[in-house]
Design a protein around this ligand. Structure first.
Ligand code: ZN
Length: 646
């Protein structure tokens, strides 16, 4: 399952179920859009730091062409370093943004460079190999040179001290002044996201933008992207979608952020198309000022079966509302379920590759979100790939000692985990009502945890229900036990692997899970419903009475809904503080130790599948073949060779 493992990274592959069932036209659309997705890779490398592309090319030339011994520890260290550069799209860690350092010396790399035929080295204008080393080695070997891609340290000049290539020669003060002026001069009602698609530089004492557009910065890559987008336009599924693509092309040609807003609105309104995509300058996490967006792309199509599942649930929303164990004063007389869209990713590009998100909620523009709403989807096949990876990792075996539980989890957990998420999203958050006059913000800082607990409990309460078997959503009356066991184990123990020793739980979802699990453990103690048992020095969850556990979840759901409906701040505070925040230090230390012994990689990412066009004699595209199994390094070298315009 794992394609590659190095440093703190595990690379996985994902499958694209349903691709074969697409029409030829839809396959063509996926293919053209995926080419457009791959052509943006070098933009991201350059955005992440001005030295990233030359460093990558230097390392690749050594990796491919150097006449050196490939069995030495030095070469292996070089290979790991290059893989980290590929994975992070640059020389800084993709998550922490800290510069990572190579496990070989500059002398070794110099010897490697000397062993590469000069015509394969990325030399610039009359440079010797020696000049090349002098130019690039400091970026690789000097720890203090641009140590952070994104510096957020209070008090520093965040622009000058960040390695990201979004500003050149300007200070934070100059950048802030520049954009404050743009904002003041622009529309107050519908402000575009100023600075989103440009690099800010100072030339001859003047601060100005280098706009990312055709004819501007990154033109060569954007021309390729537009070439493939225009092919996609010819096989679009509808006039609506054709307009979406046309607006995006116009945006890349003009760099006009008002056109980008028009594109975003057209995109979020197109919910009918089977094939959909994101392609553009989207997220601003890489800019310390949060203005400039990294380039990313994902191509996807609707997962009809999973979306049908959420539609079934949402069609019966009123039944679930009427039968919940909540006081009838707190129930909605007329409830509308939400039908969440589940999509299948077909290709990942730019800042979504190889490390990726498993859900999308766009656009980011605040005024568009408040006036027009947003499009929200979950990516089913990537979640499934993570689940498959977890299965083979030894994680479950390390924390579950009962073979019956393990067997049940193997058989049902994929179904029941997805189903619990669906119940949470489609019904849980939308259920219940506030009593008249209750302030929706009455629970203040505890509101988010209580809200997540409410949605989780709604799902937990209904998982064992016969109604789900009757609707064909669960295979039988046993399946829910898999979800109950993993929920309790996660809430009581295993989610603690993400908490540093000595720290409390801060994040709302994690607090809610511990709150529910700890409360059920304590309330069920007398009747011996669930316990934490010790065996050979290790702690395990034992559930002795599954129907009893459901009753407890029902009781807590009723109480949490009461707290929300009445705005009972004091009860919310007590519930969260007593059960959700504090961590048992002994159990925490034990869990961390058991987890460490498994040597699991904390970060994961993906290789893409390949789409091979099939042409007939007349050069007509007659099919697109989907291929798996490309090794990580091969894929990266191929992308560098075939999709490098900058
Ligand atoms: Zn939620």
């Amino acid at each position: 399952m794992s394609v590659d493992r190095f440093a703190d990274i595990q690379v996985l592959s994902y499958s694209v179920p349903g691709f074969e069932e697409l029409s030829l036209r839809q396959k063509q659309l996926v293919y053209y859009l995926s080419e457009a997705a791959l052509w943006g890779r070098d933009i991201l490398f350059d955005q992440n730091g001005s030295s990233n592309l030359p460093v990558r090319r230097l390392l690749e030339s050594v990796y491919v062409y150097a006449a050196i011994d490939r069995t030495t520890p030095d070469f292996q260290a070089l290979e790991v370093y290059l893989k980290r550069v590929w994975f992070s799209n640059g020389i800084h860690h993709h998550y922490s943004s800290d510069k990572f350092l190579p496990g070989f010396t500059s002398d070794y790399l110099r010897r490697c460079v000397e062993a590469v035929p000069a015509d394969h080295l990325p030399l610039e204008g009359g440079e010797t190999p020696d000049d090349l080393c002098r130019r690039l080695f400091p970026f690789i070997f000097v720890p203090d040179l641009l140590p952070k891609r994104v510096n957020q340290e209070d008090g520093a000049d965040l622009v000058l001290t960040s390695a990201a290539n979004y500003y050149f020669g300007v200070s934070q003060q100059e950048a802030e002044t520049f954009y404050a002026a743009q904002k003041a001069a622009g529309s107050a009602d519908e402000p575009p996201m100023y600075g989103l698609n440009s690099r800010l530089v100072k030339e001859d004492g003047i601060v100005k933008e280098q706009v990312w557009k055709i004819g501007g910065m990154y033109s060569a890559a954007l021309e390729k992207i537009v070439y493939w987008l225009e092919k996609a336009e010819t096989v679009a599924e509808s006039d609506e979608q054709r307009r979406v693509i046309r607006l995006l092309v116009d945006f890349y040609r003009t760099g006009d952020l008002h056109v980008f807003d028009a594109y975003s609105i057209a995109w979020l309104k197109d919910t009918a198309s089977k094939v959909d995509f994101v392609n553009g300058f989207i997220e601003t996490y890489g800019d310390p000022l949060g203005l400039k967006a990294s380039w990313e792309s994902i191509v996807n199509f609707k997962d009809e079966a999973a979306t049908r599942r959420t539609e079934t649930i949402s069609r019966h929303a009123q039944w679930f509302e009427d039968h919940s164990p909540v006081d009838s004063r707190f129930k909605k007389p007329h409830v509308k379920g939400v039908s969440a869209k589940v999509i299948t990713a077909a290709i990942l590009g730019g800042d979504l590759y190889p490390s990726t998100a498993i859900g999308i909620n766009l656009p980011n523009s605040n005024w568009i979100r408040s006036v027009h709403g947003s499009k929200s989807v979950t990516i089913g096949n990537l979640t499934a790939a993570y689940n498959r990876a977890a299965k083979g990792s030894g994680f479950r075996e390390a924390f579950i000692d009962n073979p019956d539980e393990l067997d049940r989890i193997d058989r049902y957990a994929d179904i029941t985990d997805d189903l619990h998420t669906d119940l949470h999203e489609c019904l849980g958050h939308g259920s219940g009502q506030l009593l008249p006059g209750v302030d929706p913000d009455a629970l203040k800082a505890y509101g988010a945890t209580i809200e997540e607990a409410r949605a989780d409990l709604f799902g937990l309460y209904y998982l064992p229900d016969e109604k789900l078997v009757a609707l064909g959503l669960t295979p039988d009356g046993e399946a829910y036990k898999a979800a109950y066991y993993t929920y309790m184990m996660n809430g009581l123990m295993t989610q603690l692997v993400r908490i540093q020793p000595g720290c409390h739980i801060e994040e709302a979802h994690m607090r809610n899970r511990q709150l529910i699990a700890r409360w059920a453990l304590e309330q069920g103690r007398e009747e011996n419903i669930v316990e934490l048992a010790r065996r050979d020095g290790n702690t395990y969850v034992r559930i002795h009475d599954y129907p009893g556990l459901r009753k407890l979840f029902g009781r807590l759901l009723a109480e949490v809904q009461r707290i929300k409906s009445e705005g009972d701040y004091e009860a919310a505070r007590r519930l969260v503080e007593d059960y959700g925040v504090k961590v048992d230090p002994c159990l925490h230390a034990e869990v961390l130790e058991r987890y460490r012994a498994l040597h699991l990689a904390p970060y994961k990412g993906f290789v893409n599948p390949r789409y091979e066009p099939v042409y007939d004699d007349g050069r007509q595209l007659v099919d697109v073949r989907l291929c798996y199994g490309e090794p990580f390094a091969d894929q990266m070298l191929r992308y560098s060779r075939d999709y490098s315009a900058l």
